[in-house]
Design a protein around this ligand. Structure first.
Ligand code: SF4
Length: 475
């Protein structure tokens, strides 16, 4: 293994639930600094246009998984399908959350109909169908929704039955992200998951019967005791369920989790870096051979089924985030909400009485460039020269292109023609790289954190004054 390989930590999203995880690209102290900075300074080249994507956070789970450090309220192992009532203290907490959540939506400015909605968590499938209906109706009444809007919901296999998913379908959910994670009972138990492989099959049957045709499955690679053989089995069983989409997350051992107390990354029973890389390559081989497009580092889709909502994050476009701990990205600013229920309720109360407030003013220029690069390189489409040059200025993009070119010899970067749908800018014709640049699949994706770390270091220290003006005028 080369030095670069030894340094490499894989792309690590250990579960797809929630927008913030889209920025958890990296591990290690050096990369954490990047994550902190991106989280602190998010902004958008899409500028002041109101979002057309809404994320709604449902911060409740039955139990805490051993690898999870998300701020969620644990509501316990009551019979999962019993009706929630306010007399049940834990599940009453979910009911109590809905009113402030809907009040927040009602009091949020915006004048464009939504193209996508994503109910994430936590475990949104702890909600009853009428509660989901309440949220969707509130969104529709406040913003409107275009015909054919993608309305996704995360579902955990042991929290639903046939009637419940029928209710979700009737409420308007048209895309489901099912938290499978693994097909082996011992691996699921080793993660603290509450479901079994039989629950996965039952949930899939129920979803099909209810009429869902757009179903994504989440899998995690790099679990303790997972082997290439069990990973192969999980991939094959996932393919056999005929989903339209798969999200493959590589486990990261976060501080403050049970896993961090029990395990050392790279040491048994966790896979070595080399084995983890092999698991990534195996997924890429099996899923592309089965007809899935590897359209993003961690995501695969049947043609036409790429997740539209997550595409908004990857293209660094504005979005609403509603609920405890969620963040909106609008008017070139990032708006965060409190991460505890009491503080969130108080925040909503203030919102109702005082109106919308900016929480976190940010510099809209400097990190826009870096973030657009770092998010865009996650996509198989990569970055397009003309579009980047129009926003950030020719000089910066030429500099970036030259920098990325240094990875071509290692086979991590490749150049691709401009897509037909993209605009042509004759001003840039003289540039030898008037085209797309993207990470190769799978090797470039596998080592993307090396490339992105280098990009960050190379560009974050440079003054970018001309770029600031370009960004301001572009938005
Ligand atoms: S289901 Fe598990 S991993 Fe997902 S948010 Fe809840 S505790 Fe965390």
């Amino acid at each position: 293994m080369s030095d670069a390989q030894q340094d490499c930590h894989l792309q690590v999203h250990y579960i797809s639930q929630g927008q913030n995880r889209l920025l958890d690209y990296h591990t290690g102290a050096r990369m954490q600094k990047i994550g902190d900075r991106l989280e602190a300074d998010r902004c958008s080249p899409a500028g002041g246009a109101a979002p057309t994507a809404a994320y709604v956070h449902i911060p409740f789970c039955r139990r805490r998984c051993y690898y999870c450090d998300f701020p969620v309220s644990i509501v316990g192992d009551r019979p999962p399908l019993a009706r929630q009532t306010s007399s049940n203290s834990s599940f009453g907490a979910i009911a109590q959350y809905l009113d402030p959540l809907c009040q927040e939506i009602v009091h949020t400015p915006g004048d464009r109909p939504l193209h996508s909605v994503f109910l994430g968590g936590g475990t949104p499938s702890l909600l009853e169908p009428d509660q989901v209906q309440q949220i969707l109706t509130t969104l529709e009444q406040r913003f409107g929704m275009v015909d054919g809007a993608e309305i996704s919901m995360e579902i955990d296999p042991d929290t639903v039955d046939a009637d419940k998913v029928k209710g979700y379908h009737a409420a308007g959910i048209n895309r489901v992200s099912l938290g499978v994670q693994a097909f082996q009972l011992d691996l699921l138990q080793a993660c603290g998951r509450t479901h079994t492989p039989a629950d996965i099959d039952r949930a899939m049957d129920s979803l099909r019967q209810a009429g869902f045709t757009n179903i994504s499955l989440d899998l995690i690679s790099g679990l303790p005791h997972q082997t290439p053989e069990t990973w192969e089995e999980s991939l094959q069983r996932a393919i056999a369920l005929a989903p339209t989409h798969l999200s493959i997350y590589d486990l990261i051992v976060e501080p403050q989790t049970a896993f961090s107390r029990w395990y050392q990354p790279g040491e048994l029973p966790l896979p070595s870096d080399q084995v983890a890389a092999d698991l990534y390559r195996l997924a890429q081989q099996r899923l592309t051979a089965a007809g899935f497009e590897h359209y993003e580092i961690s995501n695969y889709a049947r043609p036409g089924y790429a997740c539209q909502h997550n595409g908004v994050y990857w293209r660094n476009q504005p979005y609403y985030g509603f609920g405890m701990g969620a963040a909106s990205y609008m008017q070139q600013q990032r708006y965060t909400r409190p991460r505890t229920r009491a503080a969130y309720f108080e925040w909503v109360n203030k919102l109702q009485h005082q109106g919308w407030q900016l929480d976190v003013p940010v510099d809209p220029a400097q990190d826009t460039f870096l973030e657009t690069v770092m998010l865009g390189l996650r996509l198989a489409d990569g970055l397009e020269f003309n579009a980047m040059a129009d926003i950030f200025g020719l000089a910066w993009v030429q500099h970036l292109w030259q920098f990325l070119n240094t990875y071509t010899d290692r086979g991590w970067i490749e150049w691709a023609p401009v897509l037909e749908s993209e605009h042509h800018n004759p001003q840039h014709d003289e540039h030898p790289r008037s085209s797309r640049v993207r990470l190769t699949d799978p090797e470039g994706f596998l080592f993307s954190n090396v490339v992105l770390s280098d990009v960050f270091q190379a560009f974050s220290d440079e003054p970018r004054e001309p770029c600031r003006e370009t960004v301001k005028s572009a938005v």
